[in-house]
Design a protein around this ligand. Structure first.
Ligand code: PLP
Length: 394
């Protein structure tokens, strides 16, 4: 099948909610992809922060192959080894003592919102309100969307859920001022991803932790984009030296296979009893096997050290480009989650990069976003920067 045939078939039958670029990929390895005609592309997007281990990482492929030949699904009425294995690994590598497994980021956040409501009813004297932030992104289900502070995702879907209120991001004083007797939880991203790679002040998360403690709130961190090595630590909150009460994960967790997770403490998990929440495919055996394999590699100090080194190299290269191209106003981000803030819309640059064989993305309209696989090699970073340099020149 040619790329044109693949594209035509999708466009003819899919609900048209995705503004796809006109390329069709058939194969990938590490930070490289190939289209149906065999043309090679360098990937600085990693499937939107999913392919942190690159495409078809051998450990993930092998785990999927082995599990696929053994057992795919048994439901949550029974036990099977991959579930406990992944849950144990997640607890070993984080603050968590309990995990709830699901299928996506929105679903993990939905579980967090329900957990906060349940916590409020169980121990918080009927408190229910969740504070989230402007410019955030937490997913497309109605609950997650109600915590998403960007108008363009909400248009046409009102009314959203009551009991979720938005406050300015990065402003701890505004967060504290917003706390009311009915408030039960705070939900924030450690760095806003879809909002434009917005890094809050260094004391933001520590101050939110203090506020949560002072007012008996749950501090819930959405690490769906920032997690699993993306910022150079396994979880972005580690940079701030704090521990949340709840953390949501998805994207990179499955090494390319869909999975989400809510991680929390024993104390908080206790408010959910059998039957209180659930999902048919939560803890699917194939997804769990893939995730355990991926997590072992992602949590390896060598993987994280490489991500830090590649992040420094990419950032230095972007700073050099910023000095040469006046359209770039500033560079921001952490690790391999970087953004170049432009003086206007960046779609034309993304298009020219694609024509030259480089995948990048533009978010919040004016922020070129760079999310390469953590396993990217130094010469691939340099090659991508070279393509970007040409694309910026027009
Ligand atoms: N939370 C954050 C921070 C995200 O970046 C995303 C997706 O981009 C989501 C939640 C939603 O995840 P999903 O698309 O898997 O539902």
């Amino acid at each position: 099948m040619t790329s044109a045939e693949i594209i035509a078939r999708t466009l003819a039958h899919e609900v048209p909610i995705y503004a796809r670029w006109p390329v069709a990929f058939v194969r990938g390895a590490g930070a490289e992809l190939w289209d149906a005609e065999g043309r090679r592309y360098l990937d600085f997007f990693a499937g939107l922060a999913v392919n942190n281990l690159g495409h078809c990482h051998p450990a993930v492929v092998e785990a999927v192959r082995a599990q696929a030949g053994r057992l795919l699904h048994v439901s949550n009425l029974y036990h099977a080894p991959p579930v406990g294995e992944l849950a144990e690994l997640l607890c070993r590598h984080s603050f968590a003592e309990r995990v709830f497994l699901c299928n996506s980021g929105a679903e993990a956040n939905e579980a967090a919102l329900k957990l906060a409501r349940r916590w409020g009813h169980a121990v918080g004297a009927g408190r229910f309100e969740i504070l989230a932030t402007h410019n955030s992104f937490h997913g497309r289900t109605l609950g997650a969307l109600s915590a998403t502070g960007q108008e363009r995702y909400r248009t046409g879907f009102l009314p959203l859920l009551p009991g979720i209120r938005l406050v300015p991001y990065g402003d701890a004083a505004a967060m504290e001022a917003a706390v009311r007797p009915e408030t039960v939880a705070i939900l924030v991203e450690p760095i806003q991803g879809e909002g434009g790679v917005v890094v809050p002040p260094a004391d933001y998360l520590p101050r939110l932790r203090e506020i949560a403690d002072r007012h008996c709130l749950l501090l819930m961190l959405d690490e769906i984009q920032t997690g699993l090595g993306r910022t150079g630590r396994l979880f972005a909150h580690e940079h701030a030296g704090i521990v949340p009460d709840v953390m949501t994960l998805a994207k990179a967790l499955g090494g390319g296979v869909p999975i989400g997770a809510l991680c929390t403490s024993e104390r908080v998990a206790r408010v959910l009893e059998p039957g209180a929440h659930g999902t048919t495919f939560g803890g699917n055996l194939l997804a769990c096997a893939a995730a355990s394999a991926a997590l072992r590699v992602l949590a390896d100090p060598a993987t994280l050290a490489h991500a830090v080194a590649m992040g420094r190299r990419l950032r230095a290269g972007l700073e050099t480009l910023a000095a040469r191209h006046p359209r770039i106003r500033s560079i921001r981000g952490m690790g391999l989650m970087l953004g170049a803030v432009l003086d206007g819309q960046g779609r034309d640059i993304v298009e020219r990069c694609l024509e030259r064989g480089l995948l990048v993305n533009c978010t919040a309209e004016v922020v070129l976003r760079f999310l390469p696989p953590l396993v990217i090699r130094p010469e691939q970073i340099d090659e991508g920067l070279g393509i970007l340099d040409e694309a910026m020149a027009g």
